[in-house]
Write a protein that binds this ligand. Structure first.
Ligand SMILES: [Cu+2]
Length: 168
């Protein structure tokens, strides 16, 4: 079923891609994560150049089991993520999907992300139109970065231990 849905999505894009609407996406990327990470997020700038309020109602990607629209909120001083029904795109303005704010969450990555890869993500707008994005993987500076200090894998050195004389 998933494959069928994907096919339908692709054919939609193929037939409607030429019809430019008022929504344009720029600077989209997927946050680089360690190979074992099950989730990541997509960020981008969405421009609504029209006079009408629009909305991003869903997103999909074959790269993940589920794709959700998320925001961050402060609850009792703690930053929490929560799913939102839609992301409003105000007329004549740009909506920023960025770390610490609105984002598109990719849950259950089907394969590790390679830095050279691109990830196909489809956005669905409130009028049913789709925007197909081919997003690069990018390291996000600052928060959430892995420490690159090598782990201490020094094996126990039994020879040295044998040389330590017992007090008796
Ligand atoms: Cu999230």
């Amino acid at each position: 079923m998933k494959f069928l849905r994907l096919l339908i999505a692709v054919s939609f894009v193929a037939s409607f891609a030429a019809y430019a609407n008022d929504i344009q996406v720029q600077d989209g990327y997927i946050r680089a994560v360690p190979p074992s990470a099950p989730v990541t997020a997509a960020f981008m700038q969405i421009h609504n150049q029209g006079d009408k309020a629009r909305a991003l109602v869903s997103a999909s990607s074959a790269a993940a089991d589920a794709v959700e629209l998320h925001t961050h909120t402060h609850v009792d001083g703690v930053m929490q993520m929560r799913q939102v029904e839609k992301i409003d795109l105000a007329p004549k303005s740009t909506t920023h999907l960025q770390p610490g704010g609105l984002h598109i969450m990719l849950i259950g990555l089907k394969a590790p992300l390679n830095m050279d890869d691109k990830v196909l993500v489809n956005l669905k707008l409130d009028d049913g139109s789709l925007i197909e994005l081919n997003l690069p993987i990018r390291k996000v500076a600052g928060q959430g970065q892995m420490h690159h200090q090598p782990m201490n894998h020094q094996p126990m050195n039994h020879q040295h231990m044998q040389k330590q004389g017992q007090p008796h």
